[in-house]
Design a protein around this ligand. Sequence first.
Ligand code: AMP
Length: 285
Amino acid sequence: MRIVRTKAELRDALEPTRREGGRIGLVPTMGYLHEGHLSLLRAARRRCDVVVMSLFVNPAQFGPGEDLDSYPRNEARDAELAERAGVDLIYAPPVDEVYPEGFATGVEVGGGLTKVLDGEPNQRGTGHFRGVTTMVAKLLNSVAPDLVFFGQKDAQQAIVIQRMVRDLDFPVEVDVLPTVREPDGLAMSSRNAYLTPEERRRAAALIRALRAAESVAESGETRPQVALDAARAELERAGIEPEYLEAREADGLAPAESLNGRPVLVAVAARVGRARLIDNLVIGG
Ligand code: AMP
């Protein structure tokens, strides 16, 4: 496995594979790897000839009140885990390689997809997805993968990227893989590292809340609000006030009118201690 820091090195390293027509897979990450990331890397290993993992904490996707400076980082450990998962090449550029002086271009998906589920404007805000899509567009251009892998954990991110890829004709297949969870159901996240043991126990209320909404739907109830009330009650029991807790159509993120029509994305974001956690389940449909 090699670690490269510049676009030029990246291009050189991938040139032989491209010349021979090999399949290139890309897994974008911000590092501090956990089993969620590893599931994407293993899928890429199974389906591609060369697996590239990008490792970059992208300043453009952090809001002003967010945790850019304290975001957990450990490149040596990430490199070891990535190598064991079968990664061939890590692209870990410094910030000025990605955003050189005078950088002034952005990629933004409109049409409402990025104007919902944003939560507190001072925490995350609508600029977040512009930061994500700009970065992912740059990675798709620099790596030019055949396949790119994302996790359902960040459901809205996956939807927004699929829309960008379609709208801008990126010649890449987007694969979205299931959320990997801890034994008590908590979705794995690099930010779980912020949780104290007591907060860690409370954080499991997020998935309990989503499952409560799911059981309401499975009981035959069709009103999204009834499912959301059950979820909110579960959060309240754990003393968690969500930033958002919403039911939206899983494809276009329009507000869900009913639980027995198309698949519904129930999505939650909440602060537990210092960590802003998100999770979601697709129910019904
Ligand atoms: P991040 O490093 O948090 O930006 O995540 C990199 C990729 O891993 C994104 O596509 C995430 O959706 C995915 N990911 C993060 N957590 C999980 C998880 N628990 N299960 C599956 N995929 C995940």
